[in-house]
Design a protein around this ligand. Structure first.
Ligand SMILES: [Ca+2]
Ligand SMILES: [Ca+2]
Length: 258
């Protein structure tokens, strides 16, 4: 019976080996292959089981962008048009889209209060409207006074509603590009929720931690450009890998000074 402990040991090792193999098989089953790993991505079509492995982003690699402007905005990331408010005036709405973040991430926004270009007023020149902008991304990016802001349309000058005049400054053609020099711009000014008075869609979306921004003058500055550059995910997530990025429409990068 001398060999009995040895036999037990061998059976034990054998069982461990089987358990290990089973767990490996299980983890393989649990791991759903990405499209690019199944060998059926565009780069691999026609090359049975071979070809380069191209890592492609999945929807889980995106973050949600929630954006609310009084009254309208368009938003660029690293020079590419990413979101446009689908309602130019009212009702006030939240634009909520999936974005594929890339760092450093320069966010450039043109926001407009509804204002007649000649009077700065709205509702047939009877009313002085005010602006406001707020944004939150799923990576923790939020609007606050660290953003840069500059007004390009002011009026009515001195708030004169009886004899309304306006001032328009030329918008630089490359305002949405990462290398645009905004170092001479003032910082955005944070405004209270009470001052902006957001409507119900704002409360139905996640804007926790984000501040309402504009220039100092919520009422008289009507077209405002905001810019910031996010070096890495503010929520501490690791910087994602460099994904392949197409350029579907180069016109998104041009002629945007309107
Ligand atoms: Ca206004
Ligand atoms: Ca407004």
């Amino acid at each position: 019976m001398k060999s009995f402990p040895f036999l037990i040991l061998m059976i034990g090792l054998g069982t461990l080996g089987l358990l290990y193999q089973a767990s490996q098989a299980q983890s393989q089953d649990d791991r759903k292959p990405r499209a690019d790993e199944r060998g059926n991505g565009p780069a691999e079509r026609g090359k049975k089981g071979g070809g380069p492995k191209i890592a492609k982003p999945r929807i889980t690699d995106t973050v949600k962008a929630n954006i609310y402007a009084d009254n309208w905005f368009k938003l660029y990331i690293n020079g590419n048009l990413v979101a446009v408010d689908s309602i130019s005036f009212i009702p006030h709405n939240v634009v909520s889209v999936d974005i594929l973040p890339e760092y450093p991430m320069t966010i450039a926004v043109m926001a407009k209060d509804n204002a007649d270009k000649d009077t700065g007023l709205e509702y047939d020149n009877t009313n002085l409207g005010d602006g406001g902008f707020v944004l939150k991304f799923g990576d923790g990016t939020v609007t606050n006074a660290s953003w840069k802001a500059k007004s390009f349309f002011h009026g009515p000058i001195d708030g004169d509603l009886k004899n309304p005049k306006t001032r328009h400054d030329p918008i630089p053609a490359n305002w949405s590009e990462p290398d645009f020099d905004d170092s001479g711009w003032d910082n955005a000014v944070e405004h209270s929720e009470e001052a902006v008075g957001p409507k119900e869609p704002f409360y139905a979306h996640d804007f926790a931690g984000a501040k309402w921004i504009w220039t100092e003058d919520l009422a008289l500055d009507n077209t405002v450009i905001f810019r910031t550059t996010i070096a890495s995910p503010p929520n501490g997530s690791p910087i994602p890998r460099a994904w392949p990025r197409g350029k579907i429409d180069e016109s998104n990068r041009a002629d945007n000074a309107k």
